[in-house]
Every structure is written in C-alpha cells, then in structure tokens.
Design a protein around this ligand. Structure first.
Ligand code: NAP
Length: 487
C-alpha cells in the first residue's frame, strides 16, 4: 500500500454511525476489511450486534418526525451540498473503493460520478413532489391525493457498487422525508462510512442516516424487518437473499423494493454495426470485472457473424491488462474473493465439458489476491450452467441463433429480467425487441444503460420497484386520498 492509501484509510471512520455520533459496537468487537488484489487487511471496522441494529432504528425513528417536517427546499439543499462534497472528495472516494473492492481506479471514478448523480438528481426532485385535486365524478365532493414520506427505511446493499448502491437508496429517501438505516456489505463497509461522514458535513441532522457495519447480516436484519416501526425495506443483492427477505417482510406487510440478480442477454443481429457491438460487449461484460447485475451474461449472436464477432472480441480480451486497480492501464482487477474465482472456474469447466471452446483465458491467475483471467467461450451448449446462472466474473459466453423468433426465445429463457442489450441497424426490429424482451431495461445499440435520471429495475425474479428517475422517489412516498364533501 502507498503512503497516500495508508493516510486515507487511517482517516476513514471505522465505528458505527448512530444518531449522528461515531460509536463502538456493543462489546467493542471489530472485523477486518481486505484488499482483494493482495489479500492484505486494510482496516478494522466495528462489528455491529443485533442490539446495535435496533439502536440505529431507534435513532431513525426518533428523527423521522422532524425530518419529514423539514422543508423540501432544506432537504434539497443538504443533498445538493452532499453532491458538492462528493465532487470535492471524488479522488479519495474512488481510491477507497478500489482498495476495498478491487475495481480499476478509472471505473471507481465512474462510480463516484454515477453514484453522486443520485444526490444531485434527488435534490432536484425533493421540491417536485406533487399530488392531485379534483371533483369526484358525482359532483358531490372534492378528492385530494397527497404524498407523504413512508417513514423509517432500512437499506441492505451489496459490495459490487459500494457507493452507488447506497446513494441510489439514500438520496430518494432523504428527498421524500424518510430517515434511514444502512447496512453495507461486510466486504466493503469503508465507502459507506466515508459517505456518512460527508453527509454529516453537508449538514444532515443526527439520526437521519445511520450506518451499521457487521459480519452478521441476517442476525442484524431480521429484528429490524420484524419491527413494526420500520416502514420500508430496500434491498440490492442476489435473488436468493431477496426471496428470504420478502418472506420476512410478509409478517409486518412491510413495503419492499428489491433490486436483484440478472442474467442479461446480449443479442447481436446480422445487420448490426459490429464495431459498435464489440465496444458495447466489452463494456457490458467486463465493467466491474464482470461483477455487475447488469453484466451481459449470454451473448446470443446471429450464426452468420458469430465467428467474426468471436475473433474480434477474443483479440481484445486477450490484450486486457490484469492487475491491482490502482495500476495504470489495468482493466481487469481481482474478483471480490476466492469463492468468486472458484465459481467462475466451475462455470467454465462445466461449459467446456459440454463442448464449449475456450478461445482465451479460462484459468485462475497465479498471484496473490483473487484473480481470474478474462475469458471467451464459443459454442456454449444449451443446458450449460453458465447460461442459467449469474456468472459474476469476466467470462464471455457465446451461443448462436438463426431467426429473430429464436433469438427472442433464447433471450427470454431465464427467470431473470433485469436488462437486455440488442444490436441491430433495423429500427423496426429494435422496436419489436422493446416489446418482446422481458426485461425492465434495454440498451439498443449500447452496452451501458445506468443513469440517475432513468428508472433502474427489473421484472420477473430480478425484482420489484425502481431506483432513479421520476419513479425513484415514489418508492419512499405513501399516497393518501382524502374526500371532502361539498356540503
Ligand atoms: P448478497 O449475498 O445477496 O448480499 C447482498 C447484501 O445482503 C449484503 O449486504 C449482504 O451482507 C446482505 N445479506 C446476505 N444475506 C442476508 C440475509 N440473510 N439477511 C439480510 N441481509 C443479507 O449479494 P452480493 O453477493 O453482495 O451481491 C451480488 C448480487 O447483487 C448479484 O446477484 C447482483 O446481480 C445483485 N445486484 C443487483 C443490483 C440491481 O440493481 N438489481 C445491483 C447490484 C447487485 P454481507 O455481504 O455482509 O453478507
């Protein structure tokens, strides 16, 4: 680690953030955060107990009434100030993410920009929450439809986008007038702690955002979800954990937003601009070392152009620079841990055993840290696990199709429905794909779709609810209808 990294890490808070104060976990226990590029411990942070989780909820509940009563303009200005502070501290935030999560620094900077945008977007939305007013059809009374903060909200976020997954929930909740408890992933708690400090600097009142870092995700979460004072759960993570949380939330009929797993198809028709398709494929597959819910999982390529696409993409992938994310020119950093490496290796072995050809990569890299070679597979057979499961690693798997109907059938042949990518020069076909592909989002001739101004979210088992866009703030608002008779 460099002197700059050591100084930055030493300055990041490592306690729980509850009621506007930095406090130790009950019993003073801590856990280690690692750099996945080296396996080294970079910082110890507080390991919250279930009691600490409840203390955080107590504090969110205590702050709810006054935060909801705070003028929307005042809430908006705190969010705007937080966005400004993120710009000022962008390099620190990016470096911190690279150290604790492993993504290349250039991508970490991208995440700071993207994640920061939620603060700016929702600072603008905070003052634009409107209802409706009108006569009832009978003409006997007036109907008012108004919007109100849903109340204290609990957020569980994953390690793959430690900053953006937090801002995508916190910013709309604060804009709507809700207080919050955030539980980041065990692997990447530092980014959230750093961000909490920026929110406090931006003038956020005590208790409005609380952060509990822990090694006991389920033990902390269950009592919070069961507590009737909690009014909203928003989770980003795997579909398996999402299912369990939905079941727990049923007991209190808790409102939920679920941003779950994906298995994105990347369909290339034979009329596509292949230069653009190759660039889009690299972005959709290898961003975040393949560890994105939006990562292209299945490349479904027209048989007439499949070999040319495979040759071109293989040449580009074989030339990728692998290393610690802080090194110049690195595009492939480490995976989050050794289990992720083992999973990628297992999926590649299964595909190869069923006849796929490994065009490049296909092995674990022999160096400290959790590295797996960027890999291209062709001729991936139906039934291969890699076509069903989220890969969450740098492996690009190609299958082929002949007709448009076959492409649609293959693309939709999954329980997931987060995002799809389609490359075609035919506008009418593009529109047909918007209708026919069962996903919450689509990139038409583009490999990255995320934008704070857009409603992000999935259909089928990729989740419920939307984050970002005009829709995002409504996840934190409850609609109330009032009838006033005319006489
Ligand atoms: P994960 O294992 O589901 O964990 C996500 C979060 O849930 C972490 O904070 C984790 O804590 C916590 N958690 C795990 N088990 C829990 C339980 N029983 N009760 C309460 N909390 C629990 O997912 P991950 O491996 O971190 O993230 C990758 C997954 O997230 C992928 O499936 C990806 O597609 C999905 N994802 C979806 C989106 C989207 O917007 N749709 C965005 C990003 C990622 P610990 O880590 O401390 O165990």
């Amino acid at each position: 680690m460099t002197d700059r990294e050591n100084a930055l890490l030493a300055a990041v808070p490592n306690q729980l953030f509850i009621g506007g104060a930095w406090v130790d976990a009950t019993g003073g226990t801590t856990f280690a955060v690692h750099d996945p590029a080296t396996g080294q411990v970079v910082r110890e942070v507080a390991d919250a107990t279930p009691d600490d989780g409840i203390r955080a909820l107590d504090s969110a509940v205590a702050a709810q009434e006054s935060w909801a009563a705070t003028a929307p303009r005042a809430r908006s200005e705190i969010l705007r100030r937080a966005w400004e502070l993120v710009q000022e501290r962008a390099e620190d935030l990016a470096l911190l993410m690279t150290v604790e999560m492993g993504k290349p620094l250039v991508e970490a900077r991208g995440e700071v920009a993207y994640g920061g945008e939620f603060l700016r977007w929702f600072s603008e939305e905070a003052v634009r929450v409107h209802g409706r007013y009108g006569s009832n059809p009978e003409g006997t009374g007036q109907m008012i439809v108004s919007q109100h903060p849903v109340g204290p909200s609990y957020f569980i976020t994953p390690w793959n986008f430690p900053f953006a997954m937090a801002t995508r929930k916190i910013a709309p909740a604060l804009a709507a007038g809700c207080t919050t408890v955030l539980k980041p992933a065990e692997a990447t708690p530092l980014t959230s702690l750093f961000f909490a400090q920026l929110l406090a600097e931006a003038g956020l009142p005590a208790g409005v955002v609380n952060v509990v870092t822990t090694t006991s995700a389920s033990r902390i979460s269950a009592p919070l979800i069961a507590d009737p004072r909690l009014r909203k759960l928003s989770f980003t993570g795997s579909t398996g954990v999402g299912r369990k949380l939905i079941a727990q939330a049923a007991d209190t009929v808790l409102r939920v937003s679920m941003e779950l797993g994906g298995n994105a198809p990347f369909v290339i028709f034979d009329d596509a601009d292949l230069d653009k398709a190759v660039e889009g494929a690299l972005a959709a597959k290898f961003r975040n070392i393949g560890q994105a819910c939006t990562a292209a999982n299945r490349f479904i390529v027209h048989e007439r152009i499949a070999e040319e696409f495979a040759e071109r993409i293989t040449a580009r992938v074989a030339a990728m620079r692998i290393g610690r994310g802080t090194e110049e020119g690195v595009t492939i950093g480490p995976l989050i841990d050794d289990d992720a490496v083992a999973k990628a290796a297992e999926l590649v072995a299964d595909a190869a055993a069923r006849g796929a050809v490994v065009r490049t990569g296909g092995t674990r890299i022999d160096r400290p840290g959790s590295f797996y070679e960027p890999t291209v597979l062709t001729g991936v057979a139906t039934g291969s696990a890699i076509l069903r499961e989220e890969i969450f690693g740098p492996v690009l798997a190609i299958t082929t199709f002949t007709t448009e109907d076959e492409a649609v059938r293959l693309a939709n042949d999954t329980e997931y429905g987060l995002v799809s990518y389609v490359y075609t020069r035919d506008l009418a076909r593009g529109h047909r794909m918007i209708d026919r592909l069962e996903t919450g989002m689509m990139g038409l001739n583009v490999g990255v779709v995320s934008n704070a101004a857009a409603p992000f979210g999935g259909v089928k088992q990729s989740g419920v609810g939307r984050e970002g866009g005009f829709e995002g703030i409504h996840e934190y608002l409850a609609t109330k209808y009032t009838l006033i008779p005319n006489d």
